[in-house]
Design a protein around this ligand. Sequence first.
Ligand code: GRF
Length: 191
Amino acid sequence: MASGSGSNFEALVEACRGNQLPAEVALLAVNNPDCGAQQRAERLNVPWCLHDHRRFSSREALDRALVESFQSAGVDLVVMAGWMRIVTAELIEAFPDRLLNIHPSLLPSFRGARAVEQALAAGVTLTGCSAHLVRLEVDSGPILVQAAVPIASDDTRESLSARIHRQEHRILPLAVQLAAQRLGLLGPAQG
Ligand code: GRF
């Protein structure tokens, strides 16, 4: 699931195709027509579907449509890879412990929108990113993998975001693998 540029989506596809992750990205769902993620899916030949939130009467109705698409595609696990909508029990309960999110902070610090700006405003010297299972409360839920990113005194939102993104691309495939192993979808953990 992606709303914007889709670099985390592409990192997952590459991890699968490069045999780092024994999985396949079966479907991309986007909510913004022609967003970067959709363009990446076209280039990478990954099937995609559009569920434009503006066309749904409620968050629940949007989530029901997403669940239908994922069930028809036969997916085992769902990743919110830059999904900028709040999700409801409709989606969370359809994929118990099978719905992951990636967030650009070391949770539980700096939940919600603009996590990178929040970290800069707070003056912390260390931030990062977290991949976690999704629960009803936004940016909560058991953490699967985190990576730390030091903040330099001359960092801007752009420079810090770029370094956090690189770490997100590294930890998201690891988090998918871990979640899948815990569910028994893959063989036992290696090494
Ligand atoms: C990432 O920073 C992720 O943590 C946040 O949204 C951003 C998505 O980036 N939830 P991209 O679309 O994967 O490039």
